[in-house]
Design a binder for this molecule. Structure first.
Ligand code: NAD
Length: 380
C-alpha cells in the first residue's frame, strides 16, 4: 500500500504525516511518498522524512497513491487525478462541496472525513478533532496570558501579595478541559460551565469550580455525547446566570460548539463591557460564528469597559492548531496512521471495510456515491 502526504497550501502549516509516523508505516511494510517541502512549515525537513524511509518527491504522482493523507480539504482537481478506488483521509469541511464530491465519485475515490468519525472509545486513537482541540485549548490560555496586564499565579512577595487571576471557561469539551488544565498549571483560579450533564463532574475532576446555570441537563444533551442547541429561553437564562461570573473574570475562554450548527452566542457585548479594563476574552469559536458578540477570527477587537480605565480585549483565535504545527502534526499523523491500519487487510492489501463502524462513519464518498451521515446514499 502506498501512502502519500502532499505539501499543504498556505496558510496551513501542519502536515498529515511526520517522520516518526512515516518510520512506523515503513516498518509495517507501507511505501510512503512525501511531497518535497511538505513538512517545512511544521519544522520537519525533507532529510528527516528520507531518514524515516519515505520517498521525497518533487510532486506526488497521484495515479500511484492508494491512500492520500491531507490536512486541508483536497481540491477537486487533485481528487480527479487519483487512481480509481483510491482513498483519501483528512479534514474535508465543508462536507457538502458538490465539486469535490463529484470529482471523487468520478474516480470512485473513497473520501474518509475526520469530521464524520464516530465518537466511540475505539475511535479515540483516530480522533483528529480531539487531538487538534487539545492544541486549541492550550493555545487559548497562552494567548490570554500574554495579553493580560496581570499575573496568572498568586505571588506572595516582600513587596506584597498579588492575587491569582480568575479564569472562566465556557464549553468544556476537549478544548475547554485543556484550557482549564493549562490555566490551572499557570496558577489561575478557574470556574467553568457547560450544558452537557456529565460536564459538572468533568470540571470538578480537573480542579475547577462548576458554574451551575440551572439548566435542565436533558435540555443540553444531544446525540453521540455532543451538546444540543438550547431553546431560546434556556439560552437567555444561561446568559443571565453567567453574567456575574463573566463580569468578575480576568480571562474568559469560550469553546462552545454544537455539531453542524452555528456556535451558540453565550456572551453579549454588554457582558464583555461589564468586565474589568484589561481583561481578556479568547473566543475559540470565532471562526464558526462566535460565542462572544463582536469576536473576529484571526484578530483582536477592543471593547471599552463600562467601569472605565480602558478596554477589554476580545481575541478571535484563527486556527490554533496551525500555530503549534510541530505537535499538532505529530498527533494528526498518528490519527492518520491508525485509520490506515483499518484500511489494510490481512494480506497487507488496501481494503475499505464498510462493515467497520469507523470506516463507514467517515466515508463521505465510496464506489461512486456520496454517503449521508447515516451511511445511506445521498441522491445526486
Ligand atoms: P464540541 O467541540 O462539539 O463542543 C465543545 C463544548 O461546548 C462541548 O462540551 C459542548 O457541550 C459545549 N456546549 C455546546 N453548547 C453550549 C452552550 N450553550 N453552553 C455551554 N457549553 C456548550 O465538543 P468536543 O470537545 O468535541 O466534546 C464533546 C464531548 O464528546 C465531550 O464529552 C468529550 O469528552 C466527548 N468526546 C468523546 C470522544 C470519543 O469518545 N472518541 C472524542 C472526543 C470527545
Amino acid at each position: 500500500i502506498t501512502v502519500a502526504a502532499p505539501r499543504e497550501p498556505a496558510p496551513e502549516t501542519r502536515v498529515a504525516l511526520v517522520p516518526e509516523v512515516v518510520a512506523a508505516l515503513v516498518r509495517a511494510g507501507y511505501r510512503v511518498l512525501v511531497e518535497a517541502g511538505a513538512g517545512v512549515a511544521a519544522h520537519y525537513d525533507d532529510d528527516s522524512y528520507r531518514a524515516a524511509g519515505a520517498d521525497v518527491v518533487p510532486a506526488v504522482d497521484l495515479a500511484e497513491v492508494d491512500v492520500l493523507a491531507h490536512v486541508s480539504p483536497l481540491p477537486a482537481a487533485a481528487l480527479a487525478r487519483l487512481r480509481e478506488g483510491a482513498v483519501t483521509v483528512g479534514l474535508d469541511a465543508p462536507l457538502d462541496d458538490e465539486e469535490r464530491l463529484r470529482a471523487a465519485n468520478g474516480r470512485r475515490v473513497t473520501m474518509l472525513a475526520f469530521e464524520r468519525l464516530p465518537r466511540t472509545s475505539r475511535a479515540q486513537a483516530m480522533d483528529v478533532l480531539s487531538s487538534q482541540a487539545l492544541a486549541a485549548g492550550y493555545r487559548a490560555v497562552l494567548e490570554a496570558a500574554v495579553r493580560l496586564p496581570r499575573f496568572f499565579p498568586l505571588a506572595m512577595t516582600a513587596a506584597g501579595t498579588v492575587p491569582p487571576a480568575k479564569v472562566v471557561v465556557l464549553g468544556v469539551g476537549v478544548a475547554g478541559l485543556q484550557a482549564i488544565a493549562t490555566a490551572r498549571r499557570l496558577g489561575a483560579k478557574v470556574a467553568a460551565n457547560d450544558i452537557r450533564p456529565d460536564s459538572a463532574e468533568e470540571v470538578r475532576s480537573v480542579g475547577a469550580t462548576f458554574i451551575d446555570v440551572g439548566i435542565d441537563p436533558a435540555a443540553g444533551s444531544g446525540a453521540g455525547g455532543y451538546a444540543r442547541e438550547l431553546a431560546a429561553t434556556a439560552g437567555e437564562r444561561q446568559q443571565a446566570a453567567l453574567a456575574p461570573h463573566v463580569a468578575d473574570a480576568d480571562v474568559l475562554i469560550t469553546t462552545a460548539a454544537v455539531p453542524g450548527r452555528r456556535a451558540p452566542l453565550l456572551v453579549t457585548g454588554d457582558m464583555v463591557a461589564a468586565m474589568r479594563p484589561g481583561s481578556v476574552v479568547v473566543d475559540l469559536a470565532a471562526a464558526s460564528g462566535g460565542n462572544v458578540e463582536g469576536s473576529t477570527p484571526g484578530t483582536d477587537v477592543t471593547v471599552p469597559s463600562s467601569r472605565g480605565g480602558g478596554p477589554v480585549t476580545i481575541v478571535g483565535l484563527g486556527s490554533a492548531p496551525s500555530d503549534l504545527p510541530t505537535d499538532s502534526s505529530r498527533l494528526f499523523a498518528k490519527n492518520v496512521a491508525n485509520v490506515v491500519a483499518l484500511l489494510t487487510d490481512a494480506d497487507g492489501a488496501l481494503s475499505v471495510p464498510l462493515d467497520d463502524d469507523i470506516v463507514a462513519g467517515m466515508a463521505l464518498t465510496h464506489d461512486g456515491t456520496t454517503r449521508g451521515a447515516d451511511g445511506a446514499a445521498v441522491p445526486a
